[in-house]
Design a protein around this ligand. Structure first.
Ligand SMILES: Cc1cc2nc3c(=O)[nH]c(=O)nc-3n(C[C@H](O)[C@H](O)[C@H](O)COP(=O)(O)OP(=O)(O)OC[C@H]3O[C@@H](n4cnc5c(N)ncnc54)[C@H](O)[C@@H]3O)c2cc1C
Length: 378
């Protein structure tokens, strides 16, 4: 394994950085956050430049690159602006399931609209909460049509109001078998309603989604090939890595802002960067961020070569990367003093976004439980 980026990877990193620097305007971010609005024009531009779906094969509108390159882009986007960066990186949420387990016609039909900026994808988890007397949340049609019916399901979804698809994950009569179904947002029985007023990730425009007796045609069922790992595992591994990249970008961005402020701000006749207390804080943050970057790059590489230790490595990385993001943003607020609490400085938003990504999907306590299981029982 090489510890240097290739020329192509450096070019991608540079292009993503330049795009974010030019387009992610701080005033626009404040406006988007206030309105909890998905930045549709930025999404379209990012698609035109090939940043979205960079890891899809070219025939589906991608660049035929890997998750590693995807991580480089996410890091640069979140570094410049946590809210816009997270929002754009969630635009193809869950599409890794179609990419890895879908058939040719599903890939041809559902992936190109994402890379063309016409649609987004996201994931809806359905709890397998049915008892013996109740009908299951997802049921196969009684005839031999291959259709499924989602009886009931409720969740939250990013980019709720924008056109696209859900990848619905849940179980039917057999609780051991994960079902993955593609459901268009405009399908009958899908209801998307108002904002949940989250603490962070506001630019991801999180909305409530309710599924009620949704009919899913046979050609929307992701069946996968025999012997493949289950789609839920694919999703969790990819999502942990991408969340770690968001966290890394937020940490780097908050750290750079702290350094800049410490070099500029004067108190008691000198720059605050000259106080050893501030220097030690910066040294510790720098050390943690370097460690996280090594881990995030390693795990993205491990995914692209399908390394056997991927499962635990993705949990370890997500746990550390999000913890460091929360710590870095809090300490960056500290170094900024009073202005760190003001909306215009965006550090407080970075903290809110960092805390939110730490708590969504599989939380950090869940990661610890998974890591502990691996240590104790394998
Ligand atoms: C911004 C945002 C976006 C979201 N987007 C989506 C989406 O797109 N699709 C979707 O389906 N859902 C989405 N969700 C829902 C999200 O997946 C859940 O909020 C998340 O999984 C946490 O589940 P919960 O809220 O039910 O907490 P709970 O599962 O009730 O957990 C409560 C507490 O118990 C801890 N805990 C739970 N299990 C264990 C365990 N085994 N060991 C130790 N501790 C444990 C948790 O860490 C947590 O601290 C979103 C949530 C947020 C905040």
């Amino acid at each position: 394994m090489k510890f240097e980026l290739t020329d192509v990877q450096r070019d991608i990193q540079k292009a993503a950085r330049e795009f974010a620097e030019k387009e992610f305007d701080p005033d626009l971010a404040l406006e988007l956050e206030k309105e909890e609005r998905f930045p549709e024009p930025l999404f379209k531009k990012a698609c035109q430049l090939g940043f979205i779906g960079i890891d899809y094969p070219e025939q589906y509108g991608g660049q035929s690159l890997g998750l590693f390159e995807n991580v480089l882009v996410i890091e640069e986007f979140a570094r410049k602006d946590s809210g816009i960066g997270i929002s754009l990186s969630l635009a193809d949420l869950g599409s890794c399931i179609i990419l890895k387990h879908g058939d040719e016609s599903q890939k041809n039909r559902f992936l190109p609209p994402i890379t063309l900026g016409r649609a987004v994808s996201s994931v809806v988890f359905i709890d397998p909460s049915h008892s013996a007397e109740e009908e299951p949340s997802i049921a196969e049609a009684m005839d031999d049509s291959g259709e499924y019916i989602i009886n009931k399901g409720e969740s939250q979804t990013p980019h709720g109001s924008f056109e696209g698809t859900f990848i619905v994950l849940g179980t039917g009569f057999d609780p051991g078998k994960i079902l993955a179904l593609i459901v268009e947002k405009d399908r009958e029985g899908v209801m998307i309603s108002g904002s949940n007023q989250m603490m962070g990730m506001k630019i991801s425009s999180i909305r409530k989604v309710v599924l009620n007796r949704v009919k899913v045609p046979a050609d929307h069922v992701i069946r996968g090939r025999d012997g493949e790992k289950n789609p839920l595992m694919t999703y969790h591994q990819v999502h942990r890595i991408r969340t770690s990249a968001q966290a890394l970008g937020i940490s780097q961005g908050a750290f750079e802002r702290a350094v800049r402020h410490a070099r500029e701000r004067e108190q008691f006749g000198r720059k605050i960067a000259q106080f050893q207390g501030i220097q030690f804080m910066l040294a510790e943050l720098y050390t943690r961020i370097e460690a996280v970057r090594s881990l995030v790059y390693r795990v993205a590489f491990a995914y692209d070569v399908q390394s056997p230790d991927l499962e635990v490595l993705t949990s370890v990385t997500r746990l550390l990367a999000t913890e460091v993001a929360v710590k870095t943003t809090v300490e960056s607020i500290q170094i900024h003093g009073g202005v760190g609490l003001m909306k215009e400085y965006s550090i407080e938003r970075m903290f809110r976004d960092a805390k939110t990504i730490q708590n969504y999907e599989e939380t950090n306590l869940v990661q610890k439980a998974l890591i502990a299981r691996k240590i104790v029982f394998s």
